[in-house]
Design a protein around this ligand. Structure first.
Ligand code: KIV
Ligand code: ZN
Length: 522
C-alpha cells in the first residue's frame, strides 16, 4: 500500500474532477453522483477536492455544500471569481467543511483582460488583491489563480502574485488555461515566477494544465521539476475541451520516476483503477482502451516477443504493475452459487457501500445475471450497481420497460413492439426504423411522447465472450438539458431500451425537481 507522506518532497494532488472535469461535454453529474465520487476521491487520498463553483448555479452550490459535509480529510474548495458576491457564496458553500478553502481566480493575459474582462492591468490587480483580502477576513486557506497565466506577461504575473501573497493567499496557481504551453516553456515560467515573486517561499506553487496539445501531464511534470508542489488534475483527464492533466498519469509518473523527481504523493495508488471506473460509470464516458494507466490495454502484452520477456521477468516490459493501480489480474467475482453475504462483502471490497435496499436490488440483479452467465466479473457488478444505484433516488420510476420484441432480416424493414408501464398504466405500440435500435427508440419515443433528441449512443461489451453483458449509454437532450441513461443486459437491444428508459426517468426526475424549486421560490 502507498504510504501517507508529509514534508517537502510531497506533491499535493488537487482534484478538480467535480469542477473543471464536470465542464467536460457530456460529463454532468447530479449531486448524489458527486457525493459518491467525492467519497471515492477521499479514499484515493487526494489532498484537495474542488467541489464546484458555488456562485455558478444552485446545483453547484448544493454540491459544494454536500461534499463539504461528507468529506473529512481533504480540503474542500469552491471556485470563485474575484468578486465579493462570488466569494460570499463560496464561503457559505464550504462553511460546513472540516477543512474549508476558497479558490479565487481572475485572468491576467492581455487578450483576456482586454476582450473578456474589459479591464486594465491596474483594475485586475486591484480586483485580485481586494478579493483575496476580503476572503482572508473569513478564511485562512486561499488559493489564487491567474487565469491564462501561460499567455500572460511574466512581470505582470510577478506583480500580481507578489500582491496577492501580501493580501493573504497561500497557494499560487499557474494555469495553462488554453493548453498552449510547451513543457520547457512552462517549466521556465514557473521557475521565473518562483524566483522573482516576493514572499514566494511562504506560498505553495501549483500547476493547472489543459490538454489541447496533449501536453498537460508533461507541462505539469515540468512545473514540478521547477518547484511546483501542487498539481491540479482530474480522474481520466476529463475536462473542458481536450481535458485536464490526468490524475492517474501524473501520480504514476511521479511514482515510477521517483529516481528522477524525488517526489511522492499522498495518493493510495491502488484506488486509482476503482476511481477511474467509477467516474466512467457515472458519466458514461468510456475509458479509451489505450489510455495510459487505466485503459484495458495498458498492461496487455500482445507481441510474442513481449509476452516471452514478461513471462521470464516482468521488468523487461513492465514499468509498473497492474496491482499497483488496483487493477487485479483476476477480476472474476463469483457465480450463481454465491450468496448474499459474499456478494455484499465483494461490493465493499470494490468500494461500494450500499444501503440495505440498494444492496437487495443489486443482489437480485446479480442472481439473474449469474443464471444467464457462467462467470460474473467485477465489471459486470459495476454495471449492476450503476444501473440500480444511480437510478432516480427516492422516487418510483415513471417508465418501466415490460416487453420488447424486435424483428430484423436482410429483406424486411426492421421493426419493434414495445410495452411500457407509464405511471402504473400499460401502453403498447409498434414502429419501424433504420435498424432495430432505431425502431425500438422511435417506438419508445412514440409511447412516451418524448421530444428529446439522442445526442450520443455508445455500446460496449463489459466483459469478453459472446455471453458478455452489453452496456449501453445514451445521452438525450430536451430544452437544452442533457441527461444520461445507462442499461446493461446480455442482449444489447434490451440494454439499449433500458438505457433510453433510464434517461427518460432521469429527465422526469429533473423536471419534477425544477417544478419543486420553482414552487418554493428563490
Ligand atoms: O483553466 C483554468 O484557468 C481554470 C482556472 C479557473 C483555474 O480552470
Ligand atoms: Zn481549467
Amino acid at each position: 500500500m502507498s504510504k501517507k507522506n508529509t514534508g517537502e518532497s510531497v506533491v499535493r494532488i488537487f482534484d478538480t474532477t467535480l469542477r473543471d472535469g464536470e465542464q467536460s461535454p457530456g460529463a454532468s453529474m447530479n449531486v448524489d453522483e458527486k457525493i459518491l465520487l467525492a467519497r471515492q476521491l477521499e479514499k484515493l487520498g487526494v489532498d484537495v477536492i474542488e467541489a464546484g463553483f458555488a456562485a455558478s448555479s444552485e446545483g453547484d452550490f448544493e454540491s459544494v455544500d454536500r461534499v463539504s459535509r461528507v468529506v473529512k480529510r481533504p480540503i474542500v474548495l469552491s471556485l470563485a471569481r474575484a468578486q465579493e458576491g462570488d466569494i460570499k457564496r463560496a464561503l457559505k458553500a464550504v462553511d460546513r467543511a472540516r477543512r474549508p478553502g476558497i479558490h479565487i481566480f481572475i485572468a491576467t493575459s492581455d487578450i483576456h483582460m482586454k476582450h473578456k474582462l474589459r479591464m486594465s492591468r491596474n483594475e485586475v490587480l486591484d480586483a485580485a488583491v481586494l478579493s483575496v483580502k476580503f476572503a482572508k477576513k473569513h478564511m485562512d486557506y486561499i488559493e489564487f489563480s491567474a487565469e491564462d497565466a501561460s499567455r500572460s506577461e511574466r512581470d505582470f504575473l510577478v506583480e500580481v502574485f507578489t500582491e496577492v501573497i501580501r493580501a493573504g493567499a497561500n497557494i499560487l496557481n499557474v494555469p495553462d488555461t488554453t493548453g498552449y504551453a510547451i513543457p520547457s516553456e512552462f517549466g521556465s515560467l514557473v521557475r521565473y515566477l518562483i524566483e522573482r515573486t516576493e514572499g514566494s517561499e511562504r506560498a505553495t506553487w501549483s500547476a493547472h494544465c489543459h490538454n489541447d496539445l496533449g501536453l498537460a501531464v508533461s507541462n505539469s511534470l515540468a512545473a514540478v521539476a521547477s518547484g511546483a508542489r501542487q498539481v491540479e488534475c482530474t480522474i481520466n483527464g476529463i475536462g473542458e475541451r481536450a481535458g485536464n492533466t490526468s490524475l492517474e498519469e501524473i501520480v504514476m509518473a511521479l511514482r515510477t520516476r521517483k529516481d528522477l523527481f524525488g517526489m511522492t504523493t499522498n495518493v493510495v495508488t491502488e484506488q486509482i483503477y476503482p476511481s477511474s471506473r467509477l467516474l466512467s460509470q457515472i458519466t458514461g464516458i468510456p475509458i479509451p482502451i489505450n489510455k495510459p494507466i487505466v485503459g484495458d490495454n495498458a498492461f496487455a502484452h500482445e507481441a510474442g516477443i513481449h509476452q516471452d520477456g514478461v513471462l521470464k521477468q516482468k521488468l523487461t516490459y513492465e514499468i509498473m504493475t497492474p496491482e499497483s493501480i488496483g487493477m487485479s489480474g483476476n477480476r472474476l467475482v463469483m457465480g450463481k452459487h454465491s450468496g448474499r453475504h459474499a456478494f455484499s462483502e465483494r461490493l465493499k471490497e470494490m468500494g461500494f457501500n450500499l444501503n440495505k435496499v440498494d444492496m437487495n436490488r443489486a443482489f437480485l440483479r446479480f442472481k439473474e445475471l449469474a443464471d444467464k452467465k457462467k462467470e460474473v466479473y467485477e465489471e459486470d457488478i459495476e454495471a449492476i450497481v450503476a444501473e440500480e444505484v444511480f437510478r432516480v433516488p427516492g422516487r418510483p420510476d415513471r417508465y418501466e420497460l415490460l416487453y420488447l420484441n424486435v424483428n430484423s432480416s436482410s429483406n424486411a424493414i426492421p421493426s419493434a413492439t414495445v410495452r411500457i408501464r407509464i405511471d402504473g398504466q400499460e401502453c403498447v405500440d409498434h414502429g419501424t426504423g433504420d435498424g432495430v435500435v432505431d425502431a425500438c427508440y422511435k417506438t419508445i419515443a412514440k409511447i412516451t411522447g418524448s421530444r428529446s433528441r439522442l445526442v450520443r449512443y455508445t455500446v460496449k461489451s463489459i466483459t469478453g465472450g459472446t455471453d458478455a453483458q452489453g452496456e449501453v449509454s445514451c445521452l438525450i437532450e430536451e430544452g437544452g438539458v442533457r441527461v444520461l441513461g445507462k442499461g446493461a443486459h446480455t442482449d444489447i437491444i434490451i440494454a439499449s431500451a433500458l438505457a433510453y428508459i433510464h434517461a427518460l426517468n432521469r429527465q422526469e426526475y429533473r423536471k419534477h425537481f425544477r417544478q419543486m424549486v420553482e414552487r418554493q421560490g428563490p
